[in-house]
Ligand binder design. Structure first.
Ligand SMILES: CC(C)(COP(=O)(O)OP(=O)(O)OC[C@H]1O[C@@H](n2cnc3c(N)ncnc32)[C@H](O)[C@@H]1OP(=O)(O)O)[C@@H](O)C(=O)NCCC(=O)NCCS
Length: 205
């Protein structure tokens, strides 16, 4: 039996090697291929993205993608994990910042605008959450969310904004009960059901 260690780390956007762009694209396409029922985006649409568009998704400060990677015990430390060729990328979640949302405000679907503006100001939004089936039920989903939420907390703290009550929100299909249970276990509460989805949110204290 192979013993893995798991870590969750953000993809650093600078410098961004092409190998990270390629691995992120492969992982995202694998997620859409494996669990199309869990996402609004389709494999067909994202297969059409150009190499520049894939790079643009992670080579930017207005979004951050966290990667769950598995590696053999004692071969990696988390700071160099993503550069380790033997480490396998097995999960991801992306945080869209308020700046990302504001930049594209007029193009966002109306429901997205509504929930991303809870508390009267743009929230951070979690998207693209996925863990490879062979690595599920080992706590990686929890780890991805807690790292993403901690990143938002730090960012809001550092911003120096007087009112620090940021929200983190997400959309999940109601029938995706495993994911809904995971989000509830991680402190997310239902905001509103907009069939077939539930919008959930968590305050950043
Ligand atoms: C949802 C998903 C990310 C969970 O990943 P994971 O690594 O298995 O999650 P964890 O191991 O951290 O599970 C944490 C908790 O979430 C809940 N949970 C996760 N998957 C569950 C499932 N299928 N059924 C019931 N509860 C589930 C459990 O409470 C679990 O705690 P436990 O292991 O102590 O019972 C993964 O199943 C997945 O990628 N699903 C397909 C894509 C998807 O649904 N993405 C979300 C889009 S909004």
């Amino acid at each position: 039996m192979v013993e893995y260690t798991y870590s969750v780390v953000p993809i650093p956007f600078s410098p961004l090697p092409q190998s990270h762009v390629d691995k992120h694209a492969s992982l995202r396409l694998l997620a859409l291929e494996t669990n199309p029922e869990c996402f609004s985006s389709t494999l067909e649409d994202e297969r059409r993205l150009s190499p520049e568009q894939w790079r643009g998704r992670i080579d930017t400060e207005d979004r951050v993608t966290f990667i769950a990677a598995s590696s053999f015990a004692d071969t990696s430390d988390s700071s160099t994990l993503l550069d380790d060729d033997t480490a396998k990328w097995v999960g991801l979640v992306t945080v869209l910042t308020p700046e990302f949302l504001q930049e594209r405000w007029v193009d966002l679907p109306r429901k997205f605008r509504k929930f991303a503006m809870r508390s009267g100001k743009p929230a951070h939004v979690l998207v693209s959450m996925w863990v490879h089936p062979e690595h599920r039920h080992k706590g990686l989903g929890r780890l991805l969310i807690s790292q993403a939420v901690d990143w938002v907390k730090n960012r809001v703290e550092k911003s120096g904004v007087e009112d620090k009550r940021g929200d983190v929100v997400l959309e999940v299909f109601k029938q995706n009960t495993g994911a809904v249970m995971l989000y509830r276990a991680m402190g997310f509460e239902d905001i509103e059901e907009v069939s077939p989805s539930i919008w959930m949110g968590r305050k950043i204290a």
